[in-house]
Design a protein around this ligand. Sequence first.
Ligand code: TXA
Ligand code: MG
Length: 294
Amino acid sequence: MLIDARAAVALLRSGEIVAIPTETVYGLACVLTESAARKVYAAKGRPGDNPFIVHIASPGDLGTVAAALPDAAAELARRFWPGPLTLVLPKRGDVPPAVTAGLPTVAVRCPAHPVARRIIEGAGPLAAPSANISGRPSPTRAEHVTAELDVPCVDGGSCEVGLESTVVSLCAAPRLLRPGAVTLEQLRSVLGEVLPAEKTDTPASPGQKYRHYAPVTRLIMTDGSCPPDALLLVPEEENGRFAGRRVLAYTAATLYGVLRELDAMGEEYAYVYCPKPEGLGLALCDRLRRAAGV
Ligand code: TXA
Ligand code: MG
């Protein structure tokens, strides 16, 4: 069901869950209480050990959820907020354990989407994972949400970025936990060294261990070679190289829509050609590898 921002604020304040637009992807939002957070886990079928990002209306609200504000956090907030960057910091005691899945840290983002900001201003800081069934591609349009989840949704149009936010931990030496539209190069220009995500059984970002973003169509990574009649996903700027082939071109903004389109086409499998893993290409490669399950 589609609702407006004012109705969303009223529902959120009463402890209900509402899907809201952000500039990255749609989020399934709730206020910072145990009972509201549990409704989000249930609606998404999300594992209970995967914490949510807390969304604040203004960079100055960071201290309402984070217990420590290192200089690096202030500098990143100044440079990239509002925008597609999430900071992981020690949490304040009043952030409920269900929001952070029991972790002593909290992930915080100040989104740039004007509708998101208006709703957060009205309802207070909101916890919000992406508004998809756990393991499915993130929604970048309201109809992606309503096709999958039976929740009220505010339609804010197509998400401009189209990929989830960059997540960086500042709890110890800065570490990139999830690449996104704020690039590793941009983070390094502010922080100096930034460590890559650790590949361990207990990753610093719990969500990174789950298979993600997966369409039903099986995805096979390729360096360009594949059977002549196979369907091929290619970055839009490389489209010209594959003239005469069955190609679907993607950009960051359209990738998840393309993955959903694949399922609608009923293709059994498709080949995927990744961009160079630099700039925004790093985030695209990350999401495509996860979608392919490699
Ligand atoms: O762009 C986005 O970030 C979107 C929009 C709605 O803001 N949200 C989003 O949320 O992608 P979600 O839940 O799908 O992904 C959040 C990621 C997960 O990988 C989760 O494990 C990680 O952030 N995360 C959350 N809290 C964390 C924490 N305290 N420490 C480490 N990782 C954390
Ligand atoms: Mg997600």
